[in-house]
Write a protein that binds this ligand. Structure first.
Ligand code: HEM
Length: 156
């Protein structure tokens, strides 16, 4: 907790607080990150669930996974910068805490899927196994929950 609160005392945090352009730039990059991440995740999950039928998964899955990874990286770099502007406020914000829980569960779900032989089978052009459809449904719910709880932060 003390380490998280001390993020607010860094030179970077005070620069973000004082500059009229730096915070909007970082916040925009955060939104770009979540847009790439959630856009790619929703597209891939709907394809795995069969709601989207066009495009082979052996082509789409690696492409969407890389886009999602790029978005995640951008969100994970810019998120702590936004957090550092007022760490005590965010640590006391239940929407923020919920978002961190949903992000952790979303990442755990991704790690599990990528270990499954069924995922490798799909990359090799095999049909989508029921367990992957279950993971895709869970992924959709978790990342949309991240989006909602992220937006809710400003209203709590
Ligand atoms: C990994 C995926 C992430 C996603 C999908 C995500 C999503 C979001 C969303 C939807 C918003 C609201 C944007 C807005 O309305 O301006 C937001 C804002 C924010 N996020 Fe994230 N975020 C992620 C990671 C993080 C991380 C790791 C942190 C900090 C450790 C973080 C800290 C923040 C903060 C401080 C705000 C500003 C809240 C406010 O004052 O309005 N985010 N995020």
């Amino acid at each position: 907790m003390a380490v998280l609160l001390s993020l607010g005392d860094t030179a970077l945090a005070s620069a973000l607080r004082q500059s009229t352009i730096a915070y909007p730039l970082v916040s925009s990059a955060h939104i770009l990150g979540l847009g790439l991440l959630i856009g790619a995740v929703v597209t891939l999950d709907l394809r795995l669930l069969g709601a989207i039928r066009r495009g082979t998964l052996s082509e789409l899955a690696p492409l969407m996974s890389r886009l999602a990874a790029a978005g995640l990286l951008l969100a994970l770099v810019t998120g702590p910068l936004l957090f550092s502007v007022q760490p005590a406020h965010y640590l006391d914000n239940r929407a923020f805490l919920l978002k961190v829980i949903f992000i952790s569960l979303g990442l755990l779900n991704v790690l599990v899927v990528h270990q499954l032989p069924h995922w490798k089978a799909v990359l090799a052009g095999q049909p989508v196994a029921p367990i992957l459809k279950l993971n895709a449904s869970l992924s959709l719910a978790l990342w949309l929950a991240v989006l909602l709880s992220g937006r809710w932060i400003a209203f709590v």
